[in-house]
Write a protein that binds this ligand. Structure first.
Ligand code: B12
Ligand code: SF4
Length: 647
């Protein structure tokens, strides 16, 4: 049997366009299709499997004209939802011999009826469900949905099959390795812990080292560690870094590493030294805001453990670039917040930053709170193509227009060549600990010569005059400081070009969006009217969840069934008895039991099909903690979509 795995892309996608600002890199996308290489690794070798990335090879419709597949899988992301559905519809209309499936983290936030073009969908991590599906498929009995409720053990995750796209790897800025999933923190605006859990799940050192070796052998130059928080487990990360340090320095040209982690890294000199000496050149850090009140309100308490500007400078003193992820639009933000952010960037000398408007992902605490205040917007009505730049909230102390125009103004000041060059120069000057990284040997240099000459050639002949001048002045400065810093400087300037262009693209979207909202203010519809979770039920939600669990557990023991029947029971209960609910007394317990009985006898959950093999048996009396989390996370979504379908 042959299988095609598709990574969708389209020309108007910002990620796709951004890379064109650095033509000398000759890349076509920022990230290689990690999820699909991971799925390929979970597929028995007897199958003939191909990965097709539209960013590299163009539209898949063309490819399908001359190639047929028995099974086609698509990696679905919410920012490319329309393209994913378009591809799906094309396949269903023209290739009835192919069976079509889709997976991806974003799927859980999309109403089922929107993705029914796919014959099977995978919710959540697929390490355990994909192999089960393949067996079911071979038997001719694939299910409609595969939902994994427990978290796969990362120590058993196989090495992604990058060799399948060995020829494509040169077209990506980075290829990724994931060492952990999960994050120990619990920030109000983030849904990572609902998706991956709060307990860090780690691969073994051996797995990670083998992945690094594989990528190096395939000619990869830059590796992105795609963890949510690379230092979420300090002991583990230090062990890995100690091994990585000697491995990376033994290569002809050490790989460049980047990752995402939290600001408390600045409190740990040993860790900073290890990161620097492994050749981590860039750390992406969720600074979010420098307003301490907001950090407290958002439960981003780890950021209060440091003085943020000092922490940034300390990390930079190790020769590591900090990319500050910043958010504006929190309740304590006003139009003046833009000036505060600008001051922070200049004061801490942050060389790279991404400023986003506050988004409230569905199901997060922030989303619940804002929705209760009628401040969550029905995103589909405004702009669901550009989910990282058009916000889904109504800010408290600014209008939406002030939020958007503040961002436009911010970029126009900070993205100038002069402003950037000033910060980069200071960054170079302030590096006090030169990373202990091997210089590339002759063979290593030879491998990189194309890239180096292309870049230099670009700045001599094609770059704007100002960029050219700034680049060569800074090049001279960095060369004088240490040869080992040259590659990270070139990376830094390349990123600057791409981010500057990205901001221009974002600016166009914001200008359009401001006009749309001005012309027709009625596009701003808030979600409150269609999500009726009464205050009193919310207050007692854990008791209601537990009671529901205990009632249903007598009849159901497998996690997915119990979970889905619980959601339906609670929804039923809220619809029928929610408004009169005060506390969970005997009367309400009886009501809950009658809802559960109805659901057990003829509920919708019965029509859903579940993966049988790997589903865990739930404990008898006490619901596990994860059950409460899943209920909290999904109940509101479930209600929303159910109600909107019914309407
Ligand atoms: C690189 C990256 C991107 C790249 C993706 C490039 C690419 N081609 O993969 C780009 C920049 C395009 C991107 C976009 C977005 N991202 Co992003 N991204 C990441 C990052 C850092 C790594 C992704 C990765 O490679 N993971 C490793 C692979 C193995 O995991 P995976 O992709 O989840 O795949 C597994 C399953 O989803 C499933 N699966 C995936 N595809 C398929 C296909 C089939 C056929 C099957 C069967 C299964 C399957 O199986 C895989 C193995 O378990 C993650 C962080 C993270 N922890 O993953 C954030 C992350 C996934 N992104 C996130 C967000 C918010 C976004 C955006 C919504 C941003 C925006 N506002 O526009 C969009 C849309 C993503 C979405 N929700 O659909 C969040 C998602 C939170 C959530 N719960 O939804 C994460 C977790 C980051 C974070 N900490 O907030 N992202
Ligand atoms: S530290 Fe980052 S990944 Fe972890 S919960 Fe907070 S925002 Fe999410």
């Amino acid at each position: 049997m042959n299988i095609l795995l598709i990574s969708p892309s389209e020309f108007k996608d910002i990620e796709y366009k951004t890379v064109t600002a650095a033509p000398f890199m000759k890349i076509k996308a920022l990230f290689a299709p990690h999820a699909l290489a991971a799925i390929a690794a979970l597929t028995p070798r007897k199958y003939d499997i191909k990965i097709f990335d539209e960013a590299v090879h163009g539209s898949v419709e063309e490819h399908l004209k001359t190639n047929t597949y028995k099974l086609i899988g698509l990696h679905l992301t919410t920012n490319l939802l329309k393209r994913c559905i378009e591809i799906g519809a094309h396949i269903r209309d023209n290739y009835s011999e192919s069976y079509l499936v889709a997976g991806g983290i974003g799927l859980s936030s999309i109403p089922t009826e929107k993705v029914n073009v796919f014959q099977t969908v995978f919710y959540g991590e697929a390490e355990e469900t994909w192999p089960v599906f393949l067996t079911d498929f071979e038997k001719g009995k694939p299910l409609l949905k595969y939902r994994k409720l427990s978290y796969p053990d990362m120590a058993k995750v196989p090495i992604p099959r990058w060799e399948l796209i060995a020829d494509d790897l040169k077209y990506y800025a980075t290829v990724s390795i994931q060492t952990t999933r999960g994050c120990p923190y619990d920030c109000d605006f983030c849904n990572v812990i609902y998706t991956y859990g709060r307990k860090m799940r780690c691969k073994t050192g051996n797995q990670i080292i083998e992945e690094v070796k594989l990528l190096e052998s395939l000619g990869v130059k830059a590796v992105f560690f795609a963890d949510d928080n690379f230092i979420g487990n300090r002991k583990f990360v230090k062990e890995i870094l100690n091994e990585l340090k000697s491995l990376n320095n033994s290569f002809d040209a050490p790989l460049l590493f980047m990752t995402q982690l939290d600001i408390t890294v600045a409190n740990d000199d040993e860790l900073l030294g290890l990161l620097a000496d492994c050749n981590f050149i860039q750390l992406m850090i969720g600074i979010e805001t420098v307003n301490e009140v907001t950090l407290t309100e958002m439960n981003k308490l780890q950021n209060l453990r440091v003085d943020i500007p000092t922490a940034v400078q300390k990390i930079q003193s190790y020769g590591i670039l900090v990319t500050a992820h910043l958010i504006v639009g929190f309740d304590s933000d006003t139009s003046e917040s833009f000036a505060n952010i600008e001051n922070f960037i200049n004061h801490a000398n942050v060389t790279e930053y991404l400023l986003h408007p506050l988004m409230a992902p569905a199901g997060t605490k922030l989303w619940y709170n804002m929705k209760r205040d009628s401040r969550i917007i029905d995103f589909e009505l405004i702009n669901d193509d550009f989910t990282d730049i058009v916000s889904n909230i109504i800010p408290k102390h600014m209008t939406r227009e002030e939020l958007m125009s503040g961002m436009l103004d911010f970029w126009s000041k900070l993205n100038t060549v002069e402003s950037n060059a000033g910060r980069v120069s200071l960054f170079i000057e302030n590096i006090s600990r030169i990373p202990d990284v091997q210089k590339p040997n002759f063979k290593g240099f030879w491998k990189m010569k194309g890239l180096i000459f292309n870049a230099i050639g670009f700045f001599i002949t094609k770059a704007d005059k100002k960029d050219k001048e700034a680049f060569f002045n800074l090049f001279k400065q960095v060369r004088g400081k240490s040869i080992i810093l040259v590659s990270r400087f070139m990376y830094m300037y390349t990123n600057y070009l791409m981010n500057r262009y990205r901001a221009e693209l974002y600016a166009k979207i914001l200008v359009q969006q401001i006009q749309i909202e001005k012309k027709d203010p009625s596009v701003i519809v808030t979600l409150d009217n269609i999500t009726p979770i009464p205050e009193n039920v919310l207050k007692h939600s854990n008791e209601v969840f537990k009671e529901t669990y205990i009632i249903l557990r007598k009849s159901l023991d497998k996690s997915a069934k119990l979970y889905n029947a619980s959601l339906e029971t609670i929804t039923d209960f809220i619809n029928q008895f929610g408004n009169e609910f005060v506390v969970l007394d005997d009367f309400q317990k009886k009501n809950l039991t009658s809802c559960a009985t109805r659901v057990l006898n003829n509920g919708e959950w019965k029509k859903e099909v579940y993966s049988q093999n790997n589903e865990s048996v739930m404990p008898e009396n006490e619901p596990p903690k994860a059950f409460f989390k899943q209920m909290n996370n999904n109940l509101d979504n479930y209600l929303r979509y159910k109600v909107s379908i019914d309407n």
